[in-house]
Design a protein around this ligand. Structure first.
Ligand SMILES: [Zn+2]
Length: 241
């Protein structure tokens, strides 16, 4: 009996992990958000979620600087308060900072007042430490409803999701990540990476493969004629999907 229970538990955990790895729930909530643009220009944007991290964000910034890429960092307000110098460095190096909520809470069942508080307080924290006033929001885990999207829009924010998920949090080898992206990339894609955390937590983790991905990805995609643009150029120079 105990063996059956253990097998059921192990099976459920395995099924949940496989679901997370092979299915991207953001596909279900994309409507009414910006997740890619329609363009013939071979332009793509890199985005990094859940930072700043004292260990990984500086390494990612070094790689981006070497490649001359301006990325979009969706920061967690609580992490900005904890690591203000790193958040400031992201802004000083020309990257855009987006709002990823204060505590990485799923906001699906928040009231409009709670959503406003979550976004506005995070905006205040990011502005205080980096000087940037956020206007892009990415909901933790991409969980959204139509009314939440309307509330976010009414606050003057644009919701940005992604069209290509690197799944870097699974810690695949960087060559596998680049092979996957290279095989699926399209003009106008917004790519999702993480500069902090792992499957369990948004802090710490091992983002070494994400760090290594950047230069190999830059070389691979540029060889194929792609250019890395910042989010402003992508969404203001092209038709939204
Ligand atoms: Zn996140």
């Amino acid at each position: 009996m105990l063996l059956i229970v253990l097998l059921c538990v192990a099976g459920s955990i395995l099924a949940a992990v496989c679901f997370c790895i092979f299915f991207d729930q953001a596909i279900l909530t994309r409507r009414g958000t910006i997740y890619r643009v329609k363009t013939d220009k071979k332009q793509v944007v890199l985005t990094f979620d859940d930072g700043p991290s004292p260990e990984w964000t500086p390494k990612i910034l070094d790689e981006l600087k070497k490649e001359g890429i301006e990325a979009l960092f969706f920061m967690i307000g609580h992490h900005v308060q904890k690591y203000p110098d790193i958040a400031r460095r992201v802004a000083e190096e020309g990257h855009t900072i987006g709002n990823h909520g204060y505590a990485h809470s799923v906001i699906l069942y928040y009231t409009p007042a709670e959503i406003e508080e979550e976004i506005k307080y995070t905006e205040h924290v990011i502005e205080k430490y980096t000087g940037q006033i956020t206007k892009y929001f990415r909901p933790p885990k991409a969980w959204l409803s139509r009314s939440i999207k309307e509330k976010i829009r009414a606050m003057g924010y644009q919701t940005i999701l992604w069209s290509l998920n690197s799944k870097d949090w699974v810690s695949f080898n960087h060559k596998a990540i680049v092979r996957y992206i290279s095989g699926n990339i399209k003009s106008g894609d917004i790519l999702l990476f993480h500069d902090s955390g792992n499957v369990i937590s948004t802090e710490g983790g091992n983002r070494s493969q994400t760090v290594k991905t950047i230069s190999l990805l830059a070389r691979t995609l540029r060889d194929r004629g792609f250019e890395f643009v910042n989010i402003e150029e992508l969404i203001h120079g092209n038709e939204l999907v």
